[in-house]
Design a protein around this ligand. Structure first.
Ligand code: ADP
Ligand code: ZN
Length: 439
């Protein structure tokens, strides 16, 4: 009994029967729509334009009547246009990392912060965390939500928290080893780098005390997960979130490692066709849309994340009833169109790892004589060091073939020297689209 209780941070919410979750969502939706209509002129205008009034919303079945909100709206309304509480009631501002353009800012009341940190606490407990753990947080602290979110969650669980922030890998390793860190929180690309750095210093995976990692904030493949698990000797859990909705902890993985449970008591998820806006049935792939049900300062109704994924209500063996979302393999705007073919960088990552290369790679796309070019650089592995020039050329060909089989287009592959590709301490930049520079 004791064991099962330990698996959830808030068991009542996390294992609530689905009908009850939906009833709760309906009640909260009616209230939040009224709150934003009455307090935020920007939303009132959007709803008026669509001809929908708060009294038309009786429950989640009416959600589709509400207008969407996009990142462009958030930029339009910058900085205070979507605020639903007086500034005096707000205690924190966080900001997106600006991966896809101008940053947006989000506001939090103390209640909003508590809700967000509880979501992160659920993720830590799902990864096996408890007050006995030493939780090393090396997501960036500051405006970026990664550090503050996991830091708050770690405190709520009662872990001994190491607020490292990102960077200074030497110090990360020293503290990890000296203070026996058991849980590591950072981006998957930084986790891979830490694993590589430990090996370089002669540490074996079993030399550290880590048991679990909570990695997110950027897309990563199953292949990358296995490679990190191996290098650190841990179980690697995915965590997802975005600043607009609160930050990390919108959804998190349980021990099943098969999709992330969305904290549905706080966030209502839909999948839509990104082209038509039509709501798609469960199980179909499309753009993820969130409605925040509890946020006071910075509410979001039907916010289009641009993340492409699939939702599943399939029963999970962990006992959580929250719907699961598949790993988003990139945003709709991460997708490259190369010679007319849709290419997600994650597809290339999958091939590289399957073919025995590491996670340090760079994809460059350009346009030469009106034709798109695709160059993939990846570092050679230690076992290739003794290869002849001819053998290396053969490897490049083999890899190009494997990528062509996956994508249907021919890349140029370059095997480059170890350490020549810049390591990431936060969100990795793995694609350079030079076509954008010429336009
Ligand atoms: P920015 O949009 O500037 O990167 P954020 O730091 O808020 O701002 O990043 C949120 C985005 O990061 C999400 O919309 C998603 O695209 C990506 N992301 C976050 N967690 C994950 C994850 N676990 N897997 C894949 N992508 C993720
Ligand atoms: Zn589960």
């Amino acid at each position: 009994m004791e064991n099962t209780e330990k698996r959830y941070y808030q068991p009542e919410a996390e294992t609530m029967p689905v009908e009850q979750i939906q009833k709760l969502q309906s009640e909260k939706l009616v209230k939040i729509v009224r709150h934003v209509y009455d307090n935020v002129a920007y939303y009132r205008n959007l709803m008026d334009q669509k001809g929908v009034k708060p009294e038309d919303i009786h429950g989640i079945e009416d959600l589709h009547k509400l207008p969407f909100l996009t990142k462009a709206d958030l930029r339009d309304a910058y900085p205070y246009g979507l605020l639903a509480k007086p500034l005096a009631d707000c205690v924190r501002i966080q900001s997106t990392s600006g991966t896809t353009g101008k940053r947006v800012v989000a506001f939090y009341t103390q209640k909003d912060l508590d809700m967000w940190e509880e979501c992160c606490a659920r993720a830590i407990v799902a990864a096996g965390g408890s007050r006995e753990d030493v939780c090393q947080v090396c997501y960036g602290y500051g405006l970026f939500t990664g550090g503050p979110g996991l830091n708050g969650g770690s405190h709520k669980v009662g872990c001994l928290t190491l607020p490292m922030s990102s960077g200074n890998t030497e110090r990360q390793i020293q503290f990890m080893m000296d203070l026996n860190a058991t849980i590591l929180c950072c981006t998957p690309s930084y986790a891979a780098y830490i694993g590589e750095s430990l090996a370089e210093r002669g540490y074996k995976p079993e030399d550290n005390h880590l048991k679990a990692g909570i990695f997110g904030a950027e897309p990563w493949t199953e292949e990358m997960r296995r490679s990190i698990e191996k290098s650190l000797g841990i179980k690697a859990y995915d965590i997802y979130g975005l600043t607009e909705v609160c930050g990390p902890g919108v959804s998190f993985e349980c021990e099943e490692q098969h999709g992330m449970h969305i904290n549905e008591d706080h966030f209502l998820a839909e999948i839509i066709d990104p082209d038509t806006g039509e709501v798609l049935p469960e199980g179909e792939k499309g753009e993820l849309v969130f409605t925040a049900l509890d946020k006071e300062a910075f509410p979001l109704l039907r916010y289009r994340t641009r993340d492409i994924c699939v939702l599943s209500r399939k029963k999970c063996s962990c006992g959580r009833t929250f719907i699961r979302m598949a790993k988003p393999m990139g945003r709709s705007d991460d997708m490259l169109i190369i010679r007319g073919v849709n290419v997600f960088p994650s597809q290339i990552e999958t091939v590289l790892i399957q073919e025995g290369y590491g996670t340090n790679y760079l994809i460059e796309v350009d346009r030469v004589n009106n034709s798109d070019t695709l160059d993939v650089s990846v570092e050679i592995q230690p076992e290739h060091f003794s290869d002849t020039v001819r053998e290396l050329a053969q490897r490049e060909h083999a890899l190009a073939d494997a990528i062509k089989t996956m994508l249907g287009i021919n890349p140029r592959v370059h095997l480059v020297a170890p350490k020549s590709i810049t390591r990431s301490e936060g969100k990795a930049v793995r694609v350079i689209d030079k076509r954008k520079l010429h336009d």
